[in-house]
Each structure stands twice: as C-alpha cells, then as structure tokens.
Design a protein around this ligand. Structure first.
Ligand code: FAD
Length: 493
C-alpha cells in the first residue's frame, strides 16, 4: 500500500465530465481524463485490505460482488500511487483482456464491495482502471503480441461480443488459429451495436482493440450468420473446436392491446439502427426527433434509449419501471459487500433532468394498452400503478391499483424489458443441450456443452449479463478449449 493514511486524508473524486446540455449535442464520450496527480491521490485511498473483497467476483443474492475477472485491484492501485503506470498496465492485462471496455461501461461491482465503502465512499476503482489502460494506449504500450508458437489447431468462435473476443484473444495467445464469425457488418457484439457511442466510442476504442487482435492473428468474418450463411456441418469438419458466444439477444415482448401499431419498437432495433447511422454518417431511419417517447423498462438498456432519444431531439421522454424506486442508501437486507441496490441517476436520466426538468423514470407503473390514431400509428400509452403482492405460491405479483390509470402521449414507444435468452435456430441446428431458461447448458468453470469440442461462454450460457462476466466466461472457455485440444493448458481462467 503506497500511503497507509490515504483513505483518511483524501476524499473520493471522480473525473469531471461535460455538462448534460453540452454533451447531448453529439455522440462523443463525455468524461475528461483525470490528471496523474489526482489519480495518484485516488489510488492512495486503497487500503490494500488483508482480504480484498473488491477482486473476489462472487455472486451474492444473484448479483456480482467484487470483480468477476478478479482484477488485482490493490496491486495496481499501489503501482499507480507510486507512478509505475506500465507495471500497473501489465498487472491489469493479466486478468482482463479489455480494460478499456470495462473501465468505461462496467457498473463496477468492485466498488460495491470495496472495504472502504463500509464507512466511506469507495475507492474510484473503475476510473483508475480506465486511466491505466488509456495511458497505456497513449504511450504506445499496447502493441500486438504474436504467439511464440503456432499449433495446427483451428478454432471457430461464433459471435464477436466481449465473450467471443476474450475467448479469441486467449486461444490465439495459446497459438491456435482462431476465426471469429459475426453476422453483423461490424464485429464487437453489443460493444459495437448495443452500448451507444457516447458510453463506448466505436472507432477510437472498440475498433482500436479489434485491429490489435487482427494483427495478432485473429481472423474476423463479418456479415456471416453461422447456420445460415455458413453451414453448421462445416464447423465440425473445418475446425477442431468451437466456442459459442452468440449472446442472449431474444427480446422480451409486451403483448398488450395495440402492440401491432406503428411506432412501437424493441430497444435494440432503435439502438442498433442509430449506432449504424452514426458510424455510417447517415441519418437514422428510427428517429425520436420531435416525438414524445415512452420507454418501457427502467434498466440500462432503457437508459441508453433515453440518452439516444435526447440526442435525436425528442419532445419528451418517459421511462416506465414496474419495480419500486430503490432506497437512497443500502436497505438492511442489502448489506455490504453485496451490490448496492440504491437509487442513482445514470447519464441518460441526468440528461433528461437537465433538458426536461426531472428524472424521466416513473416507478411501480406498467403499461396496459397502446392507443393508435386512424393511420395505425401509436399515439399514447395507457398506464396503471401496481402493488407488489404475494400470491398463494409465495411469488410477488404486480396487482393493478384502480384509480391510478394515466394516458401518456407517445409517437415512439421503445420496449426495453430485458432478454429471454439466446436465439435458438443455430443451437437447434447444432443439437446442443439447453437449460431450463433456454441458455446453452454448460457449467461455469467448465464451459463444455453436451457436444464434444463445443464450448459456450457469455450471455448465451448465463443469460443477459454484463461485459465483465462475458470476458470472464470467454477467458474460462478458452482455457477449457485449450485443455481439450492440447491435453494441458497454460492459459489462466
Ligand atoms: P453479445 O455482446 O450479445 O455478442 C453476441 C454476438 O454474436 C452478436 O454480435 C451477434 O450478432 C453474434 N451472433 C449471434 N448469433 C450468431 C450466428 N449464428 N452467427 C454469427 N454471429 C452470431 N453490460 C455492461 O457491463 N455495461 C453496460 O453498460 C451495458 N450496457 C448494455 C446496453 C445494452 C443496450 C444492452 C443490450 C446490454 C448492455 N450490457 C452492458 C450487457 C452486455 O453488453 C452483454 O452482457 C455482453 O455484451 C454479452 O457479451 P456476449 O459476448 O456474450 O454477447
């Protein structure tokens, strides 16, 4: 630990960012880099705990507690405090192939379990991680590294999201010839088409890493859906092993009256169309400009729809959430080191509040009907408040509260209510076993599916989750795959 009294002397400080009303004018990232001396002070707040919960990466009450890729956080905090940035970067890359992604988009379960967080605001771990890797890129320390020796084994990775990319990076390191198939026109999965550009820059951050992987020998084949454009049978004849990393992209629908009206879209269609337009420098075919937008779903995908709608110049935005508003501080049944389920404004809500005066989220509310005009275009969403009550089986059920009905004008409705698991056609064609939630059946830690030589990682195995879990799983699946191919492995999980 660089400074034993750092946590007493220094207060938590985050990097400054562009004001909401300024940043909504474009699609750029909006955090300013923090000067080195301030980062050093922030790193000095780390107490180098005997048991550093920040890097445990366990599940408590179904939520991540500590870093799922087991980042060596106290170690790199100490190195940053001592100004040893390149050593800090080496330490960071030991556990995480893509810290520039997690440093930008991770919700940071590490900070939720930081011991300092029991009594004080936690260490700014996420920002320190991001600053280490950004400095690494600026200084030219991140360079392609060819494997020392090539094996004669060929591996197909299906899907180029963070799970597929992590698996590809690790398998390539082990010397295998890796081909990544991606059905979209650009690689990156939800890092490319999902998370919007203002949270994670596509050209400067995502593509930069993809170019390094290419230079290291990973081959990307885009515009190719395995099972459609590339026959499933060829997978087994042309490759020695396969890693499935196809994500969990089947969206949850809301089959209520009026669902068929024009102007009601899945959030992912809206976000993907927008990012493609931003990257292709064209205008989007699904614009919120001048519209009253209602987003159904109060989670992160909904937040990205808020930020995107505001940048289009929407007339108003409302985000409907069926769950109650979280408390301001941890509830008694949500103690440290669990992920803190507390109320916070994310970037989209901050922007909505700056533009329209308030947090756009409306809690314990559900939509009951979509109302259309004479041309079958949606014009309003009917809502009602709910009360969560236990039924005879002990399950909580949302009961409509009479007299709380409202009608919200809407010419654009975005459904952001989560995902129901992976798309099934490829999995059916392969004949791979599924679990009860329709995910590919494979144990975490083993990642082996019911088919010999076929492994699964990321959202297609665990259901819609986080980038950091996808990286964890991609690394784990690569280790298991290497062991399968070679009989032993030096790859870390
Ligand atoms: P994905 O990223 O979904 O990638 C799967 C890829 O497989 C896709 O590109 C798909 O096109 C491809 N594919 C599927 N089938 C085939 C096939 N047959 N042939 C070829 N290619 C195929 N997590 C965070 O940690 N922080 C965030 O801020 C965050 N924001 C999010 C915002 C949105 C809008 C969404 C939807 C999710 C967000 N997540 C976030 C979750 C995170 O993005 C995912 O958990 C993560 O990307 C999963 O990685 P993956 O590699 O398993 O799958």
């Amino acid at each position: 630990m660089g400074k034993p009294t750092g946590f007493i002397e220094f207060l938590r400080e985050l990097p400054s960012e562009l004001a909401p009303l300024d940043r909504i004018r474009n699609w750029d990232e909006f955090h300013f880099p923090m000067p080195d001396d301030k980062l050093r002070t922030q790193a000095a707040r780390c107490m180098d705990c005997g048991t550093p919960f920040c890097h445990t990466g366990t599940l408590i009450s179904g939520m991540a507690s500590g870093c799922p890729v087991n980042n060596l956080i106290p170690e790199w905090n100490d190195l940053v405090y001592r100004g040893l940035w390149q050593e800090a970067l080496d330490r960071l890359h030991k556990t995480n192939n893509f810290p520039e992604f997690t440093g930008r988009v991770c919700p940071a379960p590490c900070e939720g379990s930081c011991v300092l967080g029991i009594h004080n605001p936690p260490v700014t771990i996420k920002n320190i991680e991001c600053s280490i890797i950004d400095k690494g890129w600026d200084e030219g320390w991140v360079r392609p590294e060819q494997p020392r020796k090539r094996t004669d084994k060929k591996v197909a990775v299906i899907g180029s999201g963070p799970a597929g990319l992590a698996a590809a990076a690790q398998l390539n390191k082990a010397g295998h010839w890796v081909t990544v198939f991606e059905r979209a026109d650009r690689p990156g999965g939800l890092l490319m088409y999902g998370i919007p550009n203002m949270k994670l820059d596509k050209e400067e951050v995502v593509m930069r890493r993809l170019h390094i992987l290419e230079e290291e020998g990973v081959k990307f084949i885009c515009n190719t859906e395995v099972g459609k454009d590339f026959p499933v049978e060829n997978l087994m004849t042309e490759f020695d092993a396969v890693v499935l990393a196809t994500g969990a992209t089947k969206p949850r629908d809301l089959p209520i009256e009026g669902r068929q009206l024009n102007g009601i879209h899945f959030a992912m269609d809206f976000l993907t169309t927008n990012t493609k337009a931003v990257l292709d420098k064209t205008s989007t075919s699904l614009s919120a400009e001048g519209k009253d937008v209602v987003i159904i779903g109060g989670g992160d995908t909904g937040t990205d729809c808020v930020g995107t709608s505001i940048r289009h110049g929407c007339n108003s935005v409302t985000q409907i959430e069926i769950m109650p508003k979280p408390p301001e501080a941890r509830a008694a049944d949500n103690p440290w080191p669990e992920w803190p389920k507390v109320y916070k404004m994310d970037y989209g809500q901050e922007e909505a509040a700056a533009k329209f005066g308030d947090d756009p989220r409306v809690y314990i509310t559900t939509a009951t009907k979509f109302e259309g005009d004479e041309n079958n275009n949606v014009k309003a969403v009917h809502t009602v408040e709910v009360l969560w009550e236990k039924n005879e089986k002990g399950q909580f059920i949302p009961k409509h509260i009479p007299g709380t009905e409202k009608v919200i004008p809407a010419q654009l409705v975005l459904l952001a209510m989560g995902f129901l698991g992976p798309e099934q056609p490829l999995l059916d064609a392969l004949g791979v076993e599924r679990d009860a939630r329709s995910n590919v059946k494979a144990d975490h830690g083993k990642f082996a599916t019911s088919l010999p030589g076929v492994f699964a990682a990321g959202d297609c195995r665990r259901g819609q989750s986080l980038v950091v879990w996808a990286i964890n799983e991609g690394r784990g699946a690569a280790q298991a795959c290497d062991l399968y191919l070679m009989g032993n492995t030096d790859l870390p999980a």
